[in-house]
Design a protein around this ligand. Structure first.
Ligand code: MN
Length: 227
């Protein structure tokens, strides 16, 4: 053990449905992976290659309460399928990609939309609009040994009981295997990496006190209040 001069940070972790904890190494996110959401954000959904951004590992929130972030007047929800990698590699072919998946979870890519719009118009990075503290609430991870690798199923989100997002995993432009293959050509993927795989349409504004509930059929759910 190294002689650290301050206490080393704790490893962020997410509970696994059925027991144990999954340690988080990095968080990757895919932009614009559902055609209807790409159109609502003003883009063209015609098979542009996937693009990626990141959040810090400790942006993960497990539990019932998420603090409302500073510095935004337009916080948005993006309901997403989250992939948890049990092993990694470089240049993984799509046909072998799902072998690296430990499991799946429901997650929300919280976004300071006002800061993201400003970053887009000024050609600045997205870090402060996407990778802020507590920006990645996730539910328990369902091991693929139990749930398989669902390629279809309803993905939906309600705010205070009102339906906001309602899509299907089969609407993804780039399925999970293609996302892993593409990302592994850019970085060496490692055990503990999470991938947020993009959101269906219906993203919208959240306010203090809102109760958010997301469900992915066959995988799991999450629920939290913006404190
Ligand atoms: Mn997203």
């Amino acid at each position: 053990m190294l002689d650290f001069v301050i206490a080393p940070p704790a490893t962020p972790a997410v509970p696994v449905a059925g027991g144990g904890y999954f340690p988080i190494r990095r968080i990757f996110c895919v932009g614009r992976n559902y055609a209807a959401h790409t159109r609502e954000m003003g883009g063209d959904p015609n098979r542009e290659p996937p693009f990626f951004f990141t959040k810090p590992a400790d942006a993960i929130v497990v539990g019932d309460s998420v603090p409302f972030p500073s510095a935004t007047d337009n916080l948005h929800h993006e309901m997403e399928l989250v992939v948890a990698l049990g092993s990694g590699g470089r240049d993984i072919p799509p046909g072998a990609a799902l072998d690296h998946v430990y499991g799946y979870a429901a997650g929300v890519d919280l976004t300071r939309r006002d800061l993201q719009d400003e970053a887009k118009s000024l050609r600045r990075p997205w870090d402060m609009s996407k990778g802020f503290d507590h920006s990645a609430p996730v539910g328990p991870i369902a091991p693929s040994s139990r749930v398989g690798h669902p390629a279809s199923g309803r993905i939906s989100l309600t705010v205070n009981g009102e339906q906001r997002q309602n899509g299907d995993l089969s609407d993804m432009i780039w399925p999970v295997a293609d996302i892993i293959a593409c990302l592994s050509s850019l970085v060496e993927l490692m055990p503990g990496d999470l991938i947020f795989t993009g959101t269906p349409d219906g993203v919208g504004q959240l306010r203090r006190g809102d109760r958010i509930a997301g469900v992915i059929d066959g995988i799991g759910q999450l629920e939290f209040t913006l404190a």
